[in-house]
Design a protein around this ligand. Structure first.
Ligand code: ADP
Ligand code: MG
Length: 357
């Protein structure tokens, strides 16, 4: 069902995106590293999961945020090894490891124990698994920018493992997704000579919001699926307000289906948006309370640098130019704002609306 609010896992549950799926599958088959980038709620996790389900080799899905919040502001090697071991064991009973001994996790003769095995041991194990089964192993890290919290050197030890696999383990591939596109690029560092991955080739797939017509069609098709007749004007109005971000369109469609009216559906959607954005802001504000002030300024239409500064200083006290610049650059890298012709603009119109309140 298109309006199911959970991430989708099968192709028939998602709308459009055949091209993106082909590119992702091609990346999994042909490239050692693929990046899937795009703003929050655009459908990256769904596409990744669908692709992993269709990938003919061995695919492993890791929700990086979960590893992070499980720890204490960092991701330890043990947590990562533990997660991969758990996934392999879970599958061992039913899936691709049947027939391969998986006590502990005894992968093709290599024993993995979370406390004793390192990330590189896991990679060696995966390589053996790939060789033994004749299937390339793809390890996919969803919201991979969080891997910068791996270990104590900004994730360099994780990347060193990836670089090692890139150079020496032909049966392993990686997929990284990221909503915080700039942070993901900085982390992976393909263009940064100080990064372990410098100069390595990768495939990059950008998932974009639906264009206007496709957003309308998405809603029509979703309503048809649940047997609801919704007036065209309401479909137009919904897309005016929510733009082409599938996550918001799904939320709206689902709520319309449950509540039966445009206004109730829009209200519930915005309430959900408020709750989600509040949680995301909470994380941001832990890093600097000024982030929320800046987002508020931009949302109420202060798009010029000097106006933003005035607003932030009026509400939060003095801030140096350098500091404000670095906060703005971070907000760009995290996918909250964009800069166009010297003006700062919010990327997501729903976030903008909620921040204006
Ligand atoms: P992201 O990982 O980019 O934040 P998700 O994959 O979690 O996005 O998608 C957000 C929401 O939008 C989910 O409810 C998902 O079911 C829905 N969704 C995303 N893309 C599509 C699509 N192409 N068709 C149907 N639903 C989609
Ligand atoms: Mg996601």
């Amino acid at each position: 069902m298109l309006f199911d609010p959970r991430p989708k896992e099968r192709r028939e549950e998602i709308f459009d995106r055949d091209k993106e799926l082909e590119s992702i599958l091609n990346g999994m088959r042909e490239y050692p590293i693929s990046l899937i980038i795009g703003i929050r709620r655009v459908g990256k996790s769904s596409l990744l999961k669908v692709a992993l389900n269709e990938y003919p080799g061995i695919g492993i899905y890791i929700d990086t945020r979960r590893l992070y919040s499980a720890g204490s502001g960092s991701i330890s090697s043990a947590v990562l090894v533990d997660e991969i071991t758990r996934i392999l064991l879970g599958r061992g009973r039913v899936g691709f490891l049947r027939g391969i001994k998986v006590d502990g996790v005894n992968l093709a003769g290599l024993h993995l124990k979370p406390r004793e095995s390192t990330w590189v041991d896991v990679l060696d194990g995966m390589e053996q698994l790939g060789k033994k089964t004749g299937k390339k192993v793809v390890i996919a890290f969803d919201e991979a920018q969080y891997l910068r919290f791996f270990g104590s050197r900004g994730g360099k030890d994780f990347l060193a493992g990836v670089a090692y696999a890139y150079d020496s383990l032909p049966n392993i591939g990686f997929v990284f997704t990221g909503s915080e596109v700039g942070l993901l690029h900085d982390f992976v560092g393909i263009d940064d000579y100080s990064s372990p991955l410098y100069g390595r080739i990768s495939e990059e797939i950008e998932v974009k919001p639906f264009p206007r017509k496709l957003s309308e069609e998405f809603l029509r098709k979703g309503f048809e699926e649940v047997g609801l007749r919704v007036p065209e004007e309401e479909i137009m109005q919904a897309v005016d307000k929510l733009d082409g971000i599938p996550g918001w369109l799904v939320e709206f469609g689902f709520n319309y289906w449950k509540k039966g009216s445009f206004n109730a559906a829009m209200e519930t959607t915005l309430n959900r948006a408020r709750a989600m954005i509040k949680e995301e802001l909470f994380e941001l504000e832990k890093r600097s309370p000024r982030y929320a002030l800046i987002l508020k300024a931009i949302s109420i239409g202060l798009s010029r640098w000097s106006k933003i500064k005035d607003y932030v200083e009026a509400k939060g006290g003095p801030v140096t130019n350098a500091r404000l610049n670095s906060l703005l650059i971070n907000l760009e890298k995290m996918g909250w704002v964009k800069k166009e012709n010297g003006r700062y603009l919010m990327i997501d119109p729903v976030v903008e609306k909620v921040m204006r309140e």
